[in-house]
Design a protein around this ligand. Structure first.
Ligand code: MN
Ligand code: MN
Length: 463
């Protein structure tokens, strides 16, 4: 055996997916990406993602979950948690005592939430105060076009849906920044302090009511316009969830169109293929469950996040209908925590350790553990479960790689994996590498996205 052959035989070297898969797979991946881009543009918030997935679920024959019903193999059900999270399930042929297969992704993304009392006027501009949601680099959110999404519950209890800044011709919003000519003082701040949280004020108006001079007439004019359009008054902001997100659309990136640039890849780039895999699975052996959850970016707390019991309760109802306790099902269950990892960045390579970092286009990334500072705050997947997932992917030539979130002690992060592990379920993170993660405009590879779909599909179709 010559040296190259021996290297091929013995050494581990992840390859560019296009070098490993057939041309037909690349064509399929490009087609799959078109549906994904459409989803990105129509589902920028957890509520919109829930709506979009729900509509698609109904088209695919899924019916609303009835917690008192006993389901049969092949049945397709959905459960919506408070409009912000959705579970899709396809009932398997095997009894629940053999466990279920769960793919868990999140549909919330870093953004700017409006404060409860957001509207004010300053120097004849009307502005919204915000409180950022999730881990953002605040300086990235100024001087870019922004849109406003969300819901307002009026005093009489009626709900108003808000979505402004997305349609052609819609007005947009913006946060100002200091011009470089006068930026000397600001330039002395550290990058993380370059823009402060209380400086993330969104400009929403500039013309006074009736062109009069007077106190707060620009604010009054904005309130009048909002009253005409939505029938709301200022106090209605107090019972609202309004989210400021980038007004960008998803685009192909690069001359070869191999990448997609968009807001919200984390974690729609896993949520979309996890949902599509649930729609594609027919008569599985094991019950297949896709959970698209909320609140991951703020620690999975709250009743729509995976630290709450809503997923466990859903499975408990399935168990109960079969005369079982939920733990009898969970202890035999397996999960792919479908979340992104950081893709190697050639420009900022110093924070990565190349042998244990995921790269764009090298397939789905398996993240054995997340956390920080000596593997704190992570469910570290077992060698046995890693081995099982690895065999599963290799069997179907699904391109995958291993990844750690940056160098040891460079930082860290977490996913929902540890909360699912707490339920006595085997779990590992499997997702898509993302460049510029948590930026208003993130980048992923079309081939990696498609490999995620193939991975979740294979996971749901295990024998
Ligand atoms: Mn994520
Ligand atoms: Mn994230």
């Amino acid at each position: 055996m010559d040296i190259d052959a021996l290297k091929n035989e013995l050494c581990y070297k992840p390859k560019h997916a296009s070098a490993v898969v057939d041309e037909s797979i690349i064509i399929e991946a490009d087609a799959f990406a078109e549906g994904y881009k459409n989803f990105l543009n129509n589902a920028k918030t957890e509520r919109e993602a829930t709506e979009a997935v729900l509509a698609e679920a109904k088209k695919n024959g899924f019916v609303e979950f009835d917690c008192h019903k006993k389901y049969n193999a092949g049945d397709k059900i959905y459960y919506v948690n408070r409009g912000k999270a959705i579970i899709l399930a396809v009932i398997g042929k095997k009894p629940l005592t053999e466990g279920v297969k769960i793919a868990a992704a999140h549909i919330d993304s870093p953004r700017l939430d409006l404060k409860p009392n957001p509207l004010y006027e300053s120097d004849e501009l009307a502005l919204f105060k915000t409180h950022y949601y999730g881990g953002i680099k605040k300086y990235q959110w100024v001087a870019i076009p922004l849109a406003l999404h969300g819901v307002i519950i009026k005093a009489d209890g009626t709900k108003v849906d808000v979505k402004i800044g997305e349609e052609e011709g819609d007005p947009k919003f913006v946060i100002s920044d200091i011009l470089p000519h006068l930026g000397a003082e600001q330039g002395k701040r550290t990058l993380s302090e370059g823009i402060a949280g209380e400086e993330l004020n969104v400009i929403v108006g500039s013309r006074p009511f009736k062109n009069d001079e007077g106190s707060e007439l620009v604010k009054l004019n904005v309130l009048k316009l909002l009253n005409e359009k939505y029938g709301i008054k200022e106090a209605d902001f107090l019972s609202a969830e309004l989210e400021v997100v980038p007004a960008f659309k998803a685009d192909d990136i690069g001359f070869d169109r191999g990448l997609i640039g968009s807001y919200g890849h984390d974690d729609r780039v896993c949520a979309y293929p996890a949902a599509m895999a649930a729609f594609a699975v027919e008569n599985p052996e094991y019950t297949a469950i896709s959970v698209l959850t909320d609140k991951e970016e703020t620690g999975s707390e709250g009743n729509t996040g995976l630290q709450s019991r809503y997923m466990e309760n859903f499975i408990a109802y399935l168990a109960k209908a079969n005369g079982l306790e939920v733990f009898e099902v969970l202890s035999k269950s397996e999960c792919l925590s479908a979340d992104v990892n950081s893709a190697f960045d050639p420009t900022f390579n110093s924070v990565f350790e190349k042998n244990n970092t995921s790269f764009l286009n090298k397939g789905v990334v398996i993240t054995k553990y997340t956390g920080a500072r000596g593997k704190s705050s992570t469910s570290d997947a077992s060698a046995e479960y890693m081995g099982k997932i690895r065999r599963m992917l290799d069997e179907d030539n699904i391109v995958w790689q291993i990844g750690e979130l940056g160098k040891v002690d460079a930082g860290g992060g977490g996913t929902v994996a540890k909360y699912i592990a707490n339920l006595d379920v085997d779990v590992v993170d499997l997702g898509v590498p993302v460049l510029s993660m948590h930026a208003p405009y993130e980048v992923v590879s079309k081939l990696d996205l498609y490999m995620a779909f193939k991975a979740f599909s294979k996971f749901f179709n295990q024998r």
